[in-house]
Design a protein around this ligand. Structure first.
Ligand SMILES: CSCCC(=O)C(=O)COP(=O)(O)O
Ligand SMILES: [Zn+2]
Length: 208
């Protein structure tokens, strides 16, 4: 087996575990969500479109290039492949990108317009580079768009100006976040999901 095949198999096994974990937590219901991992400077492994993430297996993934085109015949890549590809091009440190559709991210992204501001939470330290709760993380919220090229361009323009952003929301849709490894991207999803739940509860209690 060559080195690239071995990397693909290792990444696929990691993404399978992520899919099952996220599904159990309720973050990727009804085939929603997609995951990818960078394999080398030219390609990524990404989930097949419409695959149930609670039943994810290595067959539910394919190789695509960093322009978003499939390199595997007979499988349809995630409908959101262009968002993953654009992220890998814009953020060279990113080696895994995860997209989830939790209840709290969906609700918050519809209640707010423009951005969600997170500050004074200890768990903000789960994001790489943050060492104190006395930090403000701004999570931009982009209008949902079925045109992935246009949505990817809007996200890319934001990240060009905000290179330290750890993730973004799409209104009525869900979360995108990433990391230097699958483990780090997974930690970022967990942190965001915890924070989204806190923010929904905090806002609900503040205005009953
Ligand atoms: C049933 S969820 C609608 C599509 C979506 O938003 C998603 O995340 C899953 O799309 P994919 O093509 O990656 O299966
Ligand atoms: Zn989605």
């Amino acid at each position: 087996m060559d080195e690239k095949n071995a990397l693909c198999q290792q990444a696929a096994a990691q993404l399978v575990r992520v899919g099952h974990f996220f599904f159990e937590r309720g973050w990727v219901p009804a085939t929603s969500g997609n995951f990818s991992a960078r394999i080398d400077s030219n390609c990524m492994i990404i989930t097949v479109s419409g695959w149930h993430k609670g039943q994810l297996s290595p067959e539910g993934m394919l190789l695509a290039d960093l322009e978003g085109s499939s390199l595997t015949t007979g499988k349809r890549p995630s409908a959101e492949t262009l968002l993953h590809a654009a992220l890998y091009r814009r953020v060279p440190e990113a080696n895994a990108v995860f997209h989830t559709h939790s209840v709290y991210s969906t609700v918050l992204s519809r209640m707010l317009s423009g951005e969600l501001i997170l500050s004074d939470y200890e768990v903000l330290k789960a994001f790489s580079g943050i060492e104190t709760h006395e930090t403000t993380v701004r999570v931009p919220i982009f209008p949902n768009d079925q045109n992935m090229g246009r949505l990817a361009a809007a996200v890319d323009a934001y990240l060009a100006q905000n290179p330290d952003s750890p993730g973004y929301l799409i209104a009525g849709h869900g979360l995108y976040t990433w990391g230097r490894s699958v483990e780090e991207a997974c930690r970022h999803v967990e942190a965001f999901e915890f924070l989204f739940e806190c923010e929904v509860l905090r806002r609900r209690l503040a205005s009953p």
